[in-house]
Design a protein around this ligand. Structure first.
Ligand code: SF4
Ligand code: SF4
Ligand code: SF4
Length: 277
């Protein structure tokens, strides 16, 4: 894909980028290839040298590595470390790479042997507890979401190419949701993690009348007590809140705090409704 681009005869700098996948559904890479209307613009921004889902050529000479997926095998650890050594910038692409994603749900089972037998039967397939990329190597940039939004990737690639800083929204999904004039899902009887989840998806799920499951992880000032207060006020249990927080792996601390409370409820028999709404 790599003919030199020029503008008024002057070569235009395009970073050499590569895409790699580990344990994942490859949906984030598919997002890059989707949106044909912007694909050519994207290819003008970068020189893609390795992208198994889209091309047969490959190369070890790249500056930016986009890495999708979590790590669940020993050979993946070695391959990730090699990619880290070659790349100037390593970008974690999507919730699996950033937090373990839906794959990390398996870590919550005490009997990992049972999980293995349910999925693989007696086949001798190696499958370790799931880890995020940052558990193993240094991650320079994270792009959140399950799946990621291509517009966000394009903006981040442009910023990297131009040496500009990358700033994620600090505020929660609720801000985008209200700007989009949606009816709040709590008023329709549905739970939603919008109050604590980092914005940037343009409130993708609530726009389609579905509650947020927190795939982008916590907003900067995420307050699980405030979320709990809203949930309890609308009749949802601590278990419902914890189930949602656990889904993508981005709310490990918040979920653990509420789990502690749940244990106390088991002992005292009552839920503290919290405050702040
Ligand atoms: S983050 Fe979601 S869409 Fe992306 S690879 Fe993981 S499961 Fe697939
Ligand atoms: S639907 Fe969800 S994201 Fe939208 S305002 Fe209500 S709680 Fe916030
Ligand atoms: S609304 Fe929530 S679950 Fe849906 S895409 Fe946005 S952050 Fe992810």
């Amino acid at each position: 894909m790599g003919k030199e681009k020029t503008y008024l005869g002057v070569p235009v700098y395009r970073p050499r980028v590569a895409f790699f996948e580990f344990t994942s559904c490859e949906g984030c890479q598919l997002q890059i290839l989707n949106r044909e209307e912007s694909l050519l613009d994207f290819l003008n921004l970068v020189e893609i040298v390795d992208f198994r889902e889209a091309m047969t050529e490959g190369s070890d000479d790249y500056e930016i590595a986009f890495v999708e997926g979590c790590i669940s095998r020993d050979d993946e650890v070695v391959r990730l470390q090699e990619i880290r050594q070659r790349a100037k910038v390593l970008v974690a692409l999507g919730s699996c790479a950033c937090f373990g994603g839906v794959n990390q749900l398996k870590n919550r089972f005490l009997d990992q042997g049972w999980v293995h037998r349910q999925v693989y039967g007696e086949y001798p397939i190696a499958s370790l507890p799931v880890r995020s990329l940052a558990d193993i190597v240094t991650v320079d940039v994270s792009i959140f979401g399950c799946p990621i939004k291509k517009e966000e990737v394009e903006k981040i690639v442009t910023n990297i190419a131009l040496g500009k800083s990358i700033v994620h929204p600090k505020y929660p999904v609720c801000m985008e949701c209200q700007a989009n004039e949606n009816i709040c899902l709590f008023d329709l009887g549905e739970p939603c993690l919008g109050p604590v989840t980092r914005a940037g998806c343009d409130s993708w799920c609530p726009n389609n009348r579905a509650g947020c499951w927190g795939c982008r992880g916590p907003a900067d000032d995420a307050d699980p007590q405030r979320l709990k207060a809203i949930m309890v006020k609308h009749g949802f249990s601590l278990e419902t809140i914890i189930d949602r927080l656990d889904c993508f792996g981005g709310f490990v601390r918040e979920s653990a705090r509420l789990r502690d409370e749940l244990e106390n409820v088991g002992q005292t028999g009552s839920v503290d409704p919290g405050g702040g709404i």
